[in-house]
Design a protein around this ligand. Structure first.
Ligand code: SF4
Length: 336
């Protein structure tokens, strides 16, 4: 059991918007969360819910125009990253905080060998000799279970398979032993077997390196077993947050119920029973004043369309933005 510890990352009232010709898209609408040292936190939600924008905002990779972090605080070990200059931020990216993208080619340069790219990162952030750098890179490539790391050192990204490229990108992200690694849908572009291997690798790395992980995914099944805390996002807001037991065994938000229904169960043969949540998320150019899920929720009450619910705490560390948790609401049975 961990005692009370200081979070390594604290996100406070983060708001990120995109200023387009047709209007302002409020992609992240004021979210708060923190990540403890060595902890793996999952951010889950459908595409467009703000989870990737949250990751990019933490990394300060939102480009203006059209995107802009309009308010909030992202503090890493007590330093507010949103107050740093771009050159100060460059020293932190890769060294203290890094990101693994869905498509490895976003981080890997096709014209440079894997060895060269990893060396660049190490030389930029660590004060080590050329020999030490090569030794460290071979170690890193072996750690992400790349066979024949000496050969891969001299290869270009296109010479590797999709799964190997993903591993090389993970090695790049971990090269400077950052405090936090943000992995955005790291298994989406690879097939099911490789997906399992990559998740297994992240699990193994979590115990070997002391970095914290933020795993961003649309699939709740991906965070199971890896993340001890889960944040469910919808329409730019956190609608539920709890530990893995609270979210998987005792979810409180109707949207989380829907996400759980969409998770394939290994024990169920009837895969066709998998359901998706009907309807579409609200338009974030003019989000509804009430609960953002009201239009799709089969439990919606009058108040849901009129007022955004506050957070209700059902247990320590378990909060849910839903009127069903108000003492005055009628008890409902979860539709499984
Ligand atoms: Fe459904 Fe109302 Fe809860 Fe929103 S607040 S999820 S509409 S019951």
């Amino acid at each position: 059991m961990r005692g009370k510890m200081e979070p390594v990352l604290r996100v406070k009232d983060l708001k990120t918007e995109f200023f387009t010709y047709t209007g302002v898209v409020k992609a992240v609408r004021g979210i708060d969360f923190s990540v403890n040292p060595g902890e793996a936190v999952g951010i889950v939600g459908e595409s467009g819910c703000g989870k990737t924008v949250t990751g990019l905002s933490i990394m300060r990779l939102i480009t203006y125009p059209p995107g802009k972090i309009v308010s909030g605080e992202v503090s890493l070990d007590g330093t507010d990253l949103l107050k740093l200059s771009e050159s100060e931020m460059r020293k932190i990216r890769g060294a203290k905080i890094s990101m693994i993208f869905q498509d490895p080619m976003t981080s890997l340069n096709p014209a440079l060998t894997i060895g060269f790219q990893l060396s660049e990162m190490l030389i930029l952030h660590k004060n080590i000799t050329k020999e030490e750098t090569k030794k460290k890179i071979i170690e890193l490539l072996s750690m992400v279970r790349i066979k024949s790391p000496e050969n891969v050192f001299n290869q270009y990204p296109h010479q590797l398979s999709g799964g190997m490229r993903q591993r090389a990108m993970i090695a790049l992200a971990l090269s400077c032993e950052p405090k936090i690694v943000i992995a955005d849908e790291p298994t989406t572009s690879v097939d099911v077997t490789i997906q399992a291997q990559i998740l297994n690798l992240l699990q193994d790395l979590k115990s070997r390196v002391n970095s914290s992980i933020i795993l961003i995914t649309h699939n709740l099944a991906v965070v199971a077993g890896l993340c001890s805390r889960i944040i469910v996002m919808y329409a730019g807001l956190i609608v539920e947050e709890g530990n893995d037991r609270q979210v998987f065994d005792n979810p409180k938000h109707p949207y989380t119920w829907g996400l759980l229904r969409a998770v394939p169960r290994v024990d169920e043969q009837e895969k066709e029973r998998l359901s998706t949540i009907k309807g579409l998320p609200p338009d974030l150019m003019s989000p509804p004043k009430g609960c953002p899920f009201a239009m799709r929720c089969s439990y919606a009450m009058k108040i849901c369309f009129e007022e955004r619910p506050p957070y209700f705490n059902s247990e320590e560390g378990h909060r849910t933005m839903c009127w069903l948790l108000d003492k005055r609401a009628q008890k409902v049975k979860r539709d499984e």
